[in-house]
Design a protein around this ligand. Structure first.
Ligand SMILES: [Zn+2]
Length: 139
């Protein structure tokens, strides 16, 4: 059996670097506005709710629900050849933001909208980890 080709590594920009550094430590941390106190994703230089540029990266629960999902059966990148079929989903966190991610630890056909999920981290290598989601309470 061949080795699985690792996922492409994230290439953080200045705005997303704190997000990826936290992910490497298996923590989910998102920008939260100092003015309106809302979280958002993806990271950006100003709050999309009120346009304030004052914010901090703060931890979130890692709990959410599947907002929408689709199952990929076709191999678009070699790194995913061993993974098909896999689920690409929008997960809505309890704090509000929606993350584009994969649902793991469940058969694709069993994934449903509104399904409770929790974050889990996949290590790409010693420098990078990716936040994924699995059914809540599974391990
Ligand atoms: Zn704001």
């Amino acid at each position: 059996m061949s080795d699985i080709i690792p996922r492409p590594k994230p290439r953080p920009g200045p705005e997303s670097l704190p997000y990826w550094q936290a992910a490497r430590e298996h923590r989910l941390s998102l920008p939260k506005c100092d003015n309106c106190e809302k979280f958002w994703f993806p990271p950006s230089a100003s709050c999309p709710h009120c346009l304030s540029s004052q914010f901090s990266f703060l931890p979130v629960s890692g709990f959410g629900k599947v907002f929408s999902h689709v199952t990929f059966h076709r191999v678009y990148r070699a790194a995913f050849a061993e993974r098909v079929p896999y689920v690409v989903a929008l997960v809505e966190l309890e704090e509000g933001p929606r993350l584009l991610t994969n649902i793991v630890g469940i058969k694709p056909e069993d994934v449903t909208c509104e399904m409770p999920v929790e974050v889990v981290f996949e290590d790409i290598d010693a420098e990078a980890s990716i936040p994924l989601f699995r059914p809540r309470g599974s391990c």
